[in-house]
Design a protein around this ligand. Sequence first.
Ligand code: FB9
Length: 366
Amino acid sequence: MVDEDKDMLLKIAADSDPEKHDKKIVDGLKKRQLLALQSKKTYRVTKGPNYMPKRQKLETQLTADMLRTGAWKDTQFKKYNLNAVGQVPQGGHFHPLLKVRAQFRQILLEMGFNEMPTQRYVESSFWNFDSLFQPQSHPARDAHDTFFLTKPEQCLKLPNDYVERVRNTHENGLEGSFGYGPGWSLDETKKNILRTHTTAISSQMLYKLANQPGGFKPMKYFSIDRVFRNETLDATHLAEFHQVEGLIADYDIGLSHLLGIMDTFFAKIGITKLKYKPAFNPYTEPSLEIFGYHPTLKRWVEIGNSGVFRPEMLEPMGLPKNVQVIAWGLSLERPTMIYYDVKNIRELFGSKVSIQSTKNNPVCYI
Ligand code: FB9
């Protein structure tokens, strides 16, 4: 090694920073292995902003006591970790009623029925009873069976010309029927109630169908929603239940079409053996109670009610005389209790239902 190299090596070593010197000279010395570079990292520890002589537990909850006493001012809180992964939810469970409602809705949609807008629980007595030709003296209209509202006690508006036709039909009937005689009350018809059946909506939909631009067109409707009855509560009855209702409005249809559509619907929910028993509804004639032989219960079960809407209901709406409407109804709770082997309806629906897991549903409801 010549003196010049020695001098340069001593300068570089003294600076301990080769980048202060000519890169070509440094690379030449490295290449001749006269110079080996080593990097050294050093740290200097100083007190940070959160330095404290003693480890202090950081609080994660701001409590009412801290706020009340002012202790929050001297409390160190842990910073939010907004990147933390949340707890994995333990999973929830659709309520059995909602699962059966979804199944029934799918069946009816596939059968070509259109869902009615039923998201309103309060109806006037007019739409719930009078438009269905249910007499104002009918016991079902009594406070023992129906929930009446006090505020607002009366509905605000009704289609006056239609109301007049309904009044006339209630008092005088149509040709071939006598009606219920004089005394029909406008005050009574305007009383607000919690609807006792979804047929109150069916009636409004049929009225709209009769008076739509272009006139009547055949339609199939369904609804699945809550209805309210002032019932005596027991293991199978609450003051409310979910009614499932289907109806078909078309030219020249009747009882045979009704039997056919019910055969199809009930077969799809697992009941293929049906029997019918003549019954009475104020708004349908003929009316039929429906019985089905349940394959696992191995017995006949009452599964619903049905009928052909009366002309005294349809004609005042303005429907053409050769249009008939057939309809049937059942509840959601009964089939659900059977499907899920629920003995007491209070286990299924109402304020006492546990949202914890049950023997049928190992996870809680959502
Ligand atoms: O749901 C009822 N029973 C039922 C239905 C399905 C079922 O499925 C089996 C597992 C496969 C099992 C049972 N019922 C109707 C019959 C009885 O439970 C009855 O005691 C209770 N009824 C309710 C009303 O009670 C005050 C169920 C509810 C009911 C009754 C009639 C209608 C709707 C719901 C109707 C109607 C109607 C009639 C004509 C035109 C339009 C609608």
